[in-house]
Design a protein around this ligand. Structure first.
Ligand SMILES: *Cc1c(COP(=O)(O)O)cnc(C)c1O
Length: 342
């Protein structure tokens, strides 16, 4: 917790236009701390998409609360507000769990539909936590990720848009009282001094060294976002007629954590690229509700057909700000050949 920590937190707050930033040790802790601070626990229900990284559900389950899985929309991979409404109604009707909050995920870098989610959250008196591990730097209606939900959690893992050289994360909010509790939980529930423990906390500090690295990387981050956008545009121009390419909603920008194409020939395309030495990744091969660890948790009535379908179609291509044009042309040619082969 050296001086670079406070400097980074201030710079991140300025960058996003929020009052409070709490740096922490990972994106997973950035999701977990706000739940602990709100005393989420047994008998509580938290609604979240099934088509996401496991950490989104893990943070909820670790508190003893119940993650309730809802479906996503095919056009932006993010929470489907209608599915969310149906899941809340179902939990309400059963009467065993208390709906507490919603975790939206800005998958692959594009913010979820926050105005729609806000309406649902307000109507049911739920808080909205943005899992922005993949979307730091993106915007919705000109407002930066970090300021779109009641609390936002991001990750600085090296594979994320703003990565450090190891693990790191941060929490964003305008709620000063909640921020104070989260700062206390970050260092073992401390009160007025180091050996005054007023609540049960954990060790979730960010290393000062990672903060120093992030300060440098933040200073070129907007240039890197522009470069990612250029790479995404070239992929779209080169591939949109042979596979489905991501659509960015008019009111949003994306951080392009991943560039994910969709094709019925996914496995063939991946194998052809692999033979050509081009790495790709499937995010995610299994929706969380189908995972061994989460199979017993409730799902929205009617199931999650979109999440299940997407797991069979999606393929993430190499994406980073320094992808040069000849290399990208090779990737595009490889996808085109495999996607169109009879
Ligand atoms: C990476 C990621 C996390 C977890 O972040 P860590 O820093 O690896 O703990 C959480 N949610 C999503 C959607 C992620 O992509």
């Amino acid at each position: 917790m050296g001086p670079e920590i406070a400097e980074l937190e201030q710079k991140l707050a300025d960058y996003c236009g929020v009052r409070e930033v709490i740096s922490c040790s990972s994106g997973t802790d950035a999701l977990w701390l706000p739940l602990l601070a709100r005393s989420v626990g047994p008998d509580d229900a938290v609604f979240l998409p099934s088509f996401t990284f496991t950490a989104t559900a893990e943070a909820v389950a670790l508190t003893g609360a119940t993650p309730v899985f809802v479906d996503v929309q095919e056009h932006d991979f993010n929470v489907d507000p209608d599915s969310l409404v149906a899941a809340i109604a179902d939990i309400d009707a059963k009467g065993e769990l208390t709906p507490r909050g919603i975790i939206s995920v800005d998958l692959f870098g594009q913010p979820a539909d926050y105005p729609a989610l806000r309406t649902v959250a307000d109507r049911h008196d739920l808080w909205l936590l943005d899992d922005a591990a993949q979307s730091f730097g993106a915007t919705h209606d000109g407002k930066k990720v970090g300021s779109l939900a009641d609390v936002t959690a991001t990750s600085f893992f090296p594979a994320k848009p703003l990565g450090c050289y190891g693990d790191g994360g941060a929490i964003f909010t305008d709620d000063a009282d909640l921020a104070e509790i989260m700062r206390s939980i970050r260092v073992h529930g401390r009160g007025t001094g180091k050996y005054d423990n007023v609540r049960i906390g954990t060790n979730a500090r960010l290393d000062t060294m990672q903060a120093a690295i992030l300060l440098q990387k933040l200073s070129i981050f907007d240039d890197e976002l522009t470069a990612r956008d250029r790479v995404a545009r070239r992929y779209r121009d080169g591939l949109a007629d042979v596979v489905r390419v991501p659509v960015v909603r008019n009111e949003a920008t994306t951080a392009w954590a991943q560039y994910v194409i969709m094709t019925e020939n996914r496995d063939r395309v991946q194998e052809a690229l692999r033979r050509d030495g081009i790495p790709t990744q499937i995010y995610y091969p299994k929706p969380l509700h189908a995972q061994t660890a989460y199979g017993d948790y409730p799902i929205v009535p009617g199931g999650l057909p979109v999440s299940e379908r997407l797991t069979k179609l999606v393929l993430a291509l190499p994406m980073h700000p320094y992808l040069d044009e000849p290399t990208q042309d090779r990737i595009i040619a490889g996808v085109r050949e495999a996607a169109t082969a009879a």
